[in-house]
Design a protein around this ligand. Structure first.
Ligand code: SF4
Length: 934
């Protein structure tokens, strides 16, 4: 078995991984003990990466370039050479007829820096369009905008090591316990090592992160600026500012002081819906702690006030001098693995390489020189359209060719109705993807097969400015190629058509390293200078933080230690931003605020994590979380179907009571898109996942859309006729194709019992055991019984039309139950239609034990208690430890909380592998009383 060091492709923590493989197949993965981001740790997502490369999870990989003869038709395979010529001819034709701006690119924070660079050259250097933007627009653009306005450069000043050195952690709009789990392990360890450390969490929900806090401010959605201004007002009033620092190193404080004058803590308390005393305490902890580090993410960024929220937080850091020292700084956590790299290389509409500005003629000239462009092909002379502007222009018919790489906008962009209109109106939609079955791939004219994690070379930059190598362990499947190479080859073909007189190609690069060296040169003398780095240095010395200029002995851990900022005069700029509520507020017709966010074990649109049944164990049903009081007022029980309706669309989901949720607000995970959750709306229009509801209102500075506050109505959905189905070895694509035919339906894969409960190498059994060990679970509901033809398609997809299928039917009451058993009496596939509760059948199927002891009850009409109890919720994913076993151990276990947790871990080993479940275990320790038998 060979080993290859690489980087996890999921979140911005940027953990190092060691891939175990035989040169052809990835067999295992473990954390890299030498990587400074994780020191060997991985979360549930990272530790199951190898399973996403197992043959059974690779079935839907795109392997050959394909071209659809017509929209909706089956795609036809085409070779790379023919494809490049045909595609170049089509794009050149559009450019000739409509100009270069009729072509746009929508790329991804999951691309590598080298990929980004190739796309940027293709868009700006070959086609001449400024319209290239990234899905990082949905993730980090407010942080970028605020860093530049306040500190002068898009550079997070702190490092992960500052977590260990902080006396106060101020976590705002972030749930790192789920979204950045390995960093959160560091927070937990720092707290354990230094119990005096104080943690303040600002979040409308009581998340697992908030549970660790000394002070949780459960503010009203979108009221962050009021809170931060209220805290600054308190700091001014109490004399907690560092006036010397303000005087010597900043500007604009007087205007800010005027701005916050009216936002007294009492007024902030009214706006935010939290006690004034909490605001005063938060201000005291922030300002008076020896070192305060803030960690923030989407709650601040994804907002119509995104830049204002980020700026207001940085104002606090500057005013109290909680910056430039160990354990201090405003530290934005990137959501994606290479959101930072995309910013560095200028792969966004509002950026050029090396943190340059597309609106600056001098910057454009410099980039043109670096790229070897002659005067006849200067770069576009202005910033391009940002993500949603591109789709709006496409919907108006202005963008005719849209190239989408490594992202799934038909799942992830807000206001899905707009996205569908845009894609339908484009003349040519090109989708560069690893997987053939994403929602966007289904709408493409051209499908370009891309290499994925474990198959490609390059670099990524994590949240703390640390550049890590990404390495290939195995070849990409079929004809799939590295993203940079796809962009380069088409670029060369297009260059010959669009710039026949060009002396030298902008695409001289023959490797990822060649591209990276070009990028490196673009950083020379800039704030992010990496001219002292090379692939060889990264290979020999490991990941490094920028800046790392030529001649430097190493990277730079912390910025602005000398109080000199990246502005023209070296002074940081306070921003006197105004508080404004979210664009959409609750009203009588839409009385709830919808918030979207992450689950612990899923990633984005689930195009990778959604192939692993075990990652659905923690949260297997698409649900909307609602405060129990709101449910009681509406007479809703757990599991009831409700219709969420915003001004843009609707969605049907099961409701779940959750006291962590603030009243009048609901939460839906961001992951559930039309590949997993669909149906028809009340008007018959298709339901398109959570982003059918969200708004494209956006921050005026960053153009980042508001994904945290949409006004919605929640009504009971009267869909009494239910279908439950499941089967081992069933093709998920066949079930996915049926989702939209029901009023409400979801599906996901399920891991076989032999793949659960095994940590480390054992989990590889899923790959070894093959397709038969992977199941599919499906549920649907309708207002009326489904048409026989639709039911017949579902039955066929499950293989329940085979002879030997056991059958119970009550045509008068519209009930049908079908079961297929194997020779050992285990259920292989099942379907229950028209019955009130078939959950016990699914439990029986999942248990994969003989159903023979139930005898005739298997086919008996419904009635009485279910013969099989539902399984308890899973807590520890690595070892498949469930809540009932944990509670049973805890009931017998006395001592302090720490002693009880240790005893629990000794007995069940839960939480001893990746640690992602530790917050949940601590909650169970608190919630489960000891039952001593006297
Ligand atoms: Fe990957 Fe988890 Fe590390 Fe994020 S925290 S980089 S998802 S292993």
């Amino acid at each position: 078995m060979a080993e290859t060091r690489s980087t996890c492709p999921y979140c911005g923590v940027g953990c190092g991984v060691i891939i175990e493989h035989d040169g052809a197949q990835i067999r295992g993965v473990r954390g890299d003990p030498e990587h400074p981001a994780n020191f060997g740790r991985l979360c549930t997502k990272g530790s199951t990466l190898h399973l996403t490369a197992a043959p059974v999870a690779m079935r839907q990989r795109l392997r050959e370039p394909q071209w659809r003869p017509a929209r909706g038709a089956a795609p036809e395979t085409i070779g790379w050479d023919a494809l490049n010529e045909r595609l170049a001819a089509r794009i050149a034709d559009v450019v000739a007829q409509h100009g270069p701006e009729a072509v746009a690119f929508y790329v991804s924070g999951q691309l590598l820096t080298e990929d980004y660079h190739a796309f940027n050259k293709l868009a700006r250097g070959v086609i001449g369009t400024p319209h290239i933007d990234s899905n990082s627009r949905l993730c980090m653009s407010s942080a970028v905008s605020a860093y530049k306005k306040t500190l002068g450069a898009d550079a997070p000043p702190a490092s992960y090591e500052d977590v260990e050195q902080a006396d106060c952690l101020f976590i705002a709009g972030a749930n790192p316990a789920w979204a950045h789990p390995v960093l959160f392990r560091r927070v937990e360890a720092a707290r354990a090592a230094r119990p005096d450390m104080r943690i303040v969490v600002v979040d409308p929900r009581r998340t697992e992160t908030a549970e660790l806090a000394d002070l949780h401010l459960a503010i009203q959605p979108g009221s962050d600026v009021a809170l931060l201004h209220g805290m600054l007002h308190a700091c001014i009033w109490e004399g907690w500012l560092d006036t010397e620092f303000i005087e010597a190193h900043t500007q604009g404080f007087d205007a800010l002081k005027q701005r916050v004058r009216a936002m007294t803590p009492a007024q902030a308390a009214r706006v935010c819906g939290v006690p004034e005393a909490q605001i005063l305490e938060a201000a005291r902890l922030f300002a008076r702690s020896a070192a305060t580090l803030s960690l923030y993410s989407m709650g601040l960024n994804q907002s119509t006030a995104g830049t204002a929220k980020n700026s207001a937080l940085i104002n606090l850091h500057l005013a109290t001098r909680q910056i430039g020292r160990p354990g201090t700084g405003p530290f934005s956590l990137t959501g994606q693995p290479n959101a930072m790299g995309g910013r560095e290389v200028g792969g966004m509409a509002t950026l050029l390489p090396g943190h340059r500005d597309p609106a600056s003629a001098a910057d454009r000239a410099e980039v043109a020189r670096l790229w070897g462009l002659d005067a006849s092909s200067a770069l576009p002379d202005r910033p391009g359209m940002t993500a949603l502007e591109i789709f709006e222009a496409a919907a108006r018919g202005e963008v005719r060719v849209l190239w989408i790489a490594c992202t799934n906008p038909a799942q992830s962009l807000p206001d899905q109705a707009l996205v569908r209109r845009a894609l339908a109106r484009c003349e040519l939609v090109i989708v560069q993807e690893a997987y053939a079955d994403t929602a966007t791939a289904a709408l493409a004219d051209v499908l370009l097969p891309a290499a994925s994690w474990g198959e490609k070379e390059g670099t990524v930059t994590n949240s703390e400015r640390r550049i890590s190598r990404v390495r290939a362990a195995v070849p990409a499947p079929g004809a799939a190629r590295a993203d940079w190479r796809i962009a380069r080859d088409l670029g060369r073909a297009l260059e010959a058509r669009l710039h026949p007189a060009r002396q030298a190609s902008v695409f001289a690069a023959e490797s990822a390293e060649d591209l990276w060296l070009e990028h490196r040169e673009a950083t020379r003398g800039r704030d992010l200078d990496i001219t002292g780095l090379s692939y060889a240095t990264l290979d020999a010395a490991g990941p490094q933080q920028w800046p790392y200029p030529e001649g430097a002995a190493g990277g730079t851990q912390r910025l602005y230690a000398d109080g000199r900022f990246a502005t023209s005069d070296g002074r940081a700029c306070f921003q006197a931003v105004a508080y404004a509520p979210p664009d959409e507020r609750r009203d009588a017709r839409h009385p709830f605020t919808l918030n979207t966010g992450r689950l612990r074990d899923q990633w984005h649109g689930m195009s990778r994590t959604g192939r692993l049944g075990r990652l659905f164990e923690h949260a297997g049903r698409p649900q909307v979380a609602m405060h129990p009081q709101d449910m009681a007022r509406r007479g809703l029980a757990d599991g009831a179907l409700v219709r969420l309706r915003s001004r843009r669309g609707e969605l049907v989901l099961a409701v779940r009571g959750d006291a962590a949720q603030a009243p009048s607000s609901v939460f839906v995970p961001m992951h559930w898109g039309p590949e997993f959750l669909a149906g028809r709306g009340a008007d018959g229009a298709p339901l398109r996942g959570v982003n059918a509801l969200t708004t494209r209102a956006r921050c005026p500075d960053s153009q980042q859309p508001e994904l945290k506050a949409a006004a919605v109505a929640v009504e009971r959905a009267e869909l009494p006729w239910r279908v439950v189905a499941a089967g081992w070895g069933v093709d998920g694509a066949a079930l996915a194709a049926l989702l939209g035919a029901f009023d409400y339906a979801w599906r996901h894969p399920v891991s076989g019992p032999e793949t659960l409960g095994r940590a480390g190498a054992g989990v590889g059994a899923q790959g070894v055991a093959g397709a038969a060990s992977v199941g599919e679970q499906f549920e649907a509901a309708c207002a009326q019984p489904a048409a026989p033809a639709l039911l017949a398609r579902l039955v066929a997809a499950l293989g329940l039309d085979a002879t030997g299928t056991l059958r119970y039917a009550d045509t008068r009451r519209g009930r049908l139950r079908l079961l297929r058993l194997d020779a050992a009496g285990r259920i292989v596939a099942l379907l229950s239609a028209g019955e009130a509760d078939a959950g016990w059948l699914v439990e029986l199927w999942r248990g994969a034990e003989s159903a023979a002891p139930l005898g005739r009850r298997l086919l008996a009409p419904e009635g009485g208690a279910a013969p099989v109890a539902p399984r308890s919720p899973q807590v520890c994913n690595c070892l498949d430890v469930r809540q009932d076993r944990i509670e049973a151990v805890l009931r017998d276990c006395a001592g302090s909380a720490a002693e009880r947790l240790a005893a629990l871990q000794r007995q069940l080993r839960c939480g001893t592998q990746c640690g992602s479940c530790l917050p949940a275990l601590r909650r169970l320790v608190e919630a489960t009383p000891v039952e001593l038998v006297v």
